[in-house]
Design a protein around this ligand. Structure first.
Ligand code: SIN
Ligand code: FE
Length: 288
């Protein structure tokens, strides 16, 4: 079972049974779906549901924590301000949800970017490496995270009732066992070099090296993409879901208009840190 449903209708009404269930499920690689939770848009926010507000080449519009305005938008100042408010409101909703639902994480969670994704997934032209319609685990080339978990809260705000269609692939240990042996160790000094050249925002660790290569190798492997087992799920309009995207192999096949909040979590704050990708990889590398 790759998905577990919660029928909460409020961001703040999680019971202690739900809290325990949620953490256990997330850490085991399940997706938590809240079919009755979503961010209501105000009347004026509906005009923001338009892919034309995306800057050329931008995949989404995003707000860095504490930034004054969003990145990735071409819009007049009033519209930029509105997009910023949309993201900021969602950031605070998503934060309240994880605080209520995952209290043992809440002190350690580090907020990342908030994004608004107005483009239709199935019409996007992307290079294979950037194509999120191919199964992958998340790893970001310019933001190494040195083993921290990537926890994401998504909300489908499609106004026409269209679901977002995702595929969920094999469990992380299977992905790692398959692809890790194909990846060379990083060459000494490469992390320093990348950092000096300003390519990465902080130093790329060995962990980042392996995760990025797993991400790329999975996406580029046409045979794997065709043959691996996956489950296709419909994430309904006006629903919210939470998933560790560094662990859960996923692909977005169709859908339009989504909000997303990223959090980072140090693995030692998990109930079962051994399930974190960093420890799965360490274990496999130690056997080499
Ligand atoms: C992804 O994180 O791979 C994309 C998710 C989405 O756009 O639905
Ligand atoms: Fe992804």
């Amino acid at each position: 079972m790759s998905l577990i449903r919660f029928d909460n209708t409020d961001w703040e009404d999680a019971s202690s049974l739900q809290q325990t269930t949620a953490i256990k499920a997330l850490e085991q690689g399940q997706l938590l779906l809240f079919p009755n939770l979503y961010q209501k848009l105000t009347e004026t926010q509906y005009i923001l549901l338009d892919p034309k507000c995306l800057a050329p080449n931008a995949k989404n519009i995003s707000l860095k924590p504490n930034a004054a305005l969003v990145d990735g938008a071409i819009a007049d100042t009033a519209m930029q301000t509105q997009l910023t408010t949309l993201c900021r409101t969602y950031a605070s909703h998503a934060t309240r949800l994880v605080q209520q639902l995952l209290p043992s994480y809440s002190k350690a969670l580090i907020p990342g970017r908030t994004s608004f994704r107005p483009a239709a997934v199935d019409q996007r032209k992307q290079s294979p490496r950037k194509d999120d319609r191919r199964l992958h685990v998340d790893a970001f080339p310019s933001s190494p995270n040195q083993g921290k978990r990537i926890l994401r809260v998504f909300c489908n705000i499609n106004p026409n009732g269209e679901p977002r269609i995702w595929r969920l692939g094999e469990p992380f240990p299977e992905v790692a066992k398959r692809f890790l042996p194909t990846i060379k160790a990083p060459f000494p000094g490469s992390a320093n070099l990348l950092n000096t050249l300003g390519i990465t925002k902080t130093k790329r660790s060995r962990y980042d090296h392996y995760m990025l290569h797993i991400h790329d190798t999975m996406k580029m492997d046409e045979t794997y993409q065709r043959q691996v087992n996956y489950e296709e799920i419909a994430l309904p309009a006006l629903s919210t879901w939470i998933v560790f995207t560094d662990q859960v192999s996923h692909a977005a096949m169709s859908g339009q208009f989504m909000l997303e909040q990223t959090f980072y979590l140090p693995p030692h704050t998990m109930q079962r840190p051994e399930l974190a990708p960093i420890h799965v990889l360490e274990h496999l590398l130690a056997q080499r």
